[in-house]
Design a protein around this ligand. Structure first.
Ligand code: ATP
Length: 339
């Protein structure tokens, strides 16, 4: 399939900074894909998004949308590309203009009949038809976010860039908006990039995820692969509670017929949820609880097997006490060997 967007060897260092915001990054996005970009604060996510949108100057590299090179902001009268729309968490709608008129403003260059047709379509897509004659202040937070999306989608962009659209939202509203955005993206078939620092948003929504660190891509993969087959310990820890240990330590507690031809010093990843409570007759190792963190649906507990070997695991059993000895079973097939 022909890519919708390609970034090639993009490099960026802000004036006066000692390190790159982006170091030689390249990416390809296919039509209808939802790509999530995640990373810690300052890893370069927003810089990349702005460069893709033609809103920020790259020092080197190129960005292509279909067969068109996106011009640098310095080469444009108005920076940006008409077929790439960016939606931020705090996008402001015009306060004194009805939702209908806000969308119409985006389509002002088109004939009136087309405007009417397209506005009706986009209002329906974003479930705003019954709210079209309201002011933004008369809408809930979720409805305002849908109106922002409707405005961005009105002129049928090729690519939608969503920069932290869920940050600062409470959990029920966030759930609703995530669902709305997913439905709208699916129904419109639009290609989108979602920038978020929340890995659960990326895992639950994206077709592919890029994890960034210090201006580099650490791993680009499907949600399932990035979670179960992380490329590095950094990736493993970024996406969830992970035990990163020497294979030799783990192997010494497993049955002798557990054969893996890995070097003893090879690091492995065991996810916290892949360690279960055993019984006094059936366990791989025993450990003493040294800390517990109550997290509602489960508790995260740290268990010391010996002085050099501790594991974190999840349990829904909230009555466990610090100092208690627990028999543990490791889900052996789910042990991940780093490449
Ligand atoms: N206008 C600017 N001038 C100078 N340095 C900047 C500027 N904008 C960003 N930076 C720096 O570039 C690096 C990448 O920043 P960027 O905002 O792209 O990261 P981010 O991953 O989006 O972070 P966050 O999650 O906090 O928004 C950081 O070190 C940041 O301090």
């Amino acid at each position: 399939m022909k890519p919708l967007l390609q970034a090639k060897n993009v490099q960026k260092r802000y004036p006066g900074q000692e390190t790159d915001a982006l170091t030689n990054v390249s990416l390809t996005i296919h039509p209808h894909e939802l790509l999530a970009i995640v990373g810690a604060s300052g890893s370069g996510k927003t810089t990349l998004l702005k460069i893709l949108a033609g809103l920020e100057e790259a020092d080197e590299g190129e960005v292509w949308i279909q067969d068109e090179l996106i011009p640098l902001p310095s080469q444009q009268l108005i920076p940006g590309h008409p077929k790439i729309k960016m939606v931020f968490q705090d996008n402001k709608l015009f306060p004194n203009i009805h939702i209908y008129d806000t969308i119409q403003h985006t389509l002002r260059a088109y004939p009136h009949s087309y405007q009417q047709e397209r506005i009706a379509e986009v209002l329906e897509l974003c479930k705003l038809t019954h709210l079209q004659h309201k002011y933004p202040r008369e809408l809930s937070g979720g409805e305002q976010q849908r109106a922002t999306l409707a405005r961005a989608l009105a002129d049928e962009p090729l690519l939608l860039l969503l920069d932290e659209p869920f940050s600062h939202l409470d959990l029920p509203l966030k759930r609703q908006i995530k669902k709305d955005i997913q439905e709208i993206l699916q129904a419109s078939g639009i290609t989108a990039i979602l920038v978020t620092h929340d890995t659960t948003d990326a895992l639950s929504m994206a077709d592919r995820i890029i994890l960034m660190k210090n201006g580099h891509f650490v791993q680009t993969d499907t949600p399932a692969n990035i979670y179960t087959r992380p490329a590095t310990p950094y990736v493993a820890r970024f996406f969830g509670d992970a035990n990163i240990v020497d294979w030799a330590l783990v192997q010494s507690y497993l049955p002798e017929n557990t054969f893996y031809s890995s070097a003893p010093q090879q690091k492995v990843c065991i996810r916290a949820e892949n360690i279960a409570m055993g019984t006094s007759a059936h366990f791989h190792c025993k450990g003493q609880v040294v800390s517990m963190e109550y997290l509602g649906a489960y508790s995260l507990i740290e268990v010391e097997i010996n002085k050099n070997f501790s594991l974190v695991l999840r349990t829904a059993e909230h009555t466990i006490q610090i100092g208690e000895w627990l028999p543990l079973l490791i889900d052996i097939p789910k042990i991940h060997f780093f490449p």
